[in-house]
Design a binder for this molecule. Structure first.
Ligand code: ATP
Length: 315
């Protein structure tokens, strides 16, 4: 599915060392047009450093970066006008209103006459739910309002790509929900979204594709739907555990109390069989792994590899 869509971010062997610390280690990112790409990793795993390299704010030690088809940072002047970014929390002048901040920001943008610009700013404020805010200075804004103002700044350029480092950091649940809806809406309108987060649930609820960074390494990169595809097993809850095990001899792979996992791809066929045998079923459905399980498995596998390499080096 990814193959037919244009590459929006592509890195090869992207590496950043700070002295003896390897913050980002041989990362191959593949973000396609239309993705909401969730870049997941624990604190300190190298997400911010990667995001900064993508935007040309930090120079890579080695490896290559292409954003919107052009090499970064050498083509930054051509690339960045098409990219909306929020990396170090929303930057704004605290003594000015949100609208005035956007006017200043817009003055650096695509131009147009005064009414064009006013209209563009009003539209951006409306999209982030700040249109009704009076002229109070930004220093009186809540963190959520500042984040939304930051997003409004990103939107002014109508970017093809949005790059956001932990965009919901510090927001209350309602603010998180609003940012999530806004990003989904922007994505539907054609913007590719790349966001970093240390929150698994956030990625799971919003993203179409996920990359997992663990100690600087990309240990997993895939479509969310692929990761959450059925495992080929059916989960059945029944009070008739013994009879069910007898009936399905050999295909019951796990049994935890009244919950059994059965090797069977077709839940309807299994259900029919159980009904026919008079086995009571209180719940039945295909088994899917949660993103948490997938991520834990990938991180463990990478940890094992890391251990193996370390012991190899000792020899
Ligand atoms: P967080 O969410 O906590 O910011 P992160 O996943 O974004 O974490 P980075 O900020 O990219 O991680 O940091 C990755 C590693 O690189 C950390 O060990 C960090 O201490 C180190 N690091 C980052 N920037 C620098 C720097 N300028 N100088 C030295 N080390 C740095």
């Amino acid at each position: 599915m990814t193959g037919s869509r244009a590459a929006v971010i592509r890195t090869e062997g992207l590496t950043k060392r700070f002295g003896r610390i390897t913050a980002v280690d041989g990362v191959d990112l593949d973000v396609r047009e239309g993705d909401i790409y969730g870049f997941l990793g624990a604190n300190g795993s190298g997400k911010s450093t990667t995001v900064r390299m993508l935007l040309g704010l930090v120079l890579a030690t080695s490896g290559s970066i292409e954003v919107l088809g052009d090499a970064m940072p050498s083509a930054a002047r051509r690339v960045l006008p098409n990219v909306g970014a929020m990396v170090e929390g929303p930057a704004a002048y605290p003594h000015l209103s949100g609208r005035d901040n956007l006017s200043l920001f817009d003055a650096m943008g695509p131009g147009g006459d005064r009414s064009d610009r006013r209209h563009r700013i009003q539209e951006a404020l409306e999209r982030v739910g700040l249109a009704a805010v009076d002229d109070r200075p930004v220093r009186a804004y809540s963190l959520g309002m500042r984040q939304r103002l930051g997003l409004a700044g990103c939107l002014l350029r109508r970017p093809r790509l949005l790059v956001l480092d932990e965009p919901t950091n510090g927001l209350d649940p309602q603010g998180i929900q609003e940012v999530r809806e806004l990003l989904i809406e922007l994505n539907r309108a054609g913007t590719t979204v790349f966001l970093s987060s240390h929150l698994l649930t956030e990625i799971e609820q919003m993203c179409t594709r996920v990359g997992v960074l663990d100690r600087g390494r990309l240990v997993l990169q895939a479509e969310l739907a692929e990761l959450r595809a059925p495992t080929g097993r059916v989960e059945v809850h029944t009070p008739d555990v013994v009879r069910m095990r007898e009936l399905l001899d050999g295909v019951v792979e796990e049994c935890h109390g009244q919950r059994l996992l059965v090797r069977e791809a077709d839940p309807a066929a299994l259900n029919a069989r159980l009904v026919l045998a008079g086995i009571r079923v209180t719940r039945l459905g295909v088994e899917r792994r949660t993103l948490e399980e997938v991520v834990m498995a990938a991180a463990t596998a990478s940890g094992d590899r890391f251990e193996a390499e370390t012991s190899g080096a000792d020899r």
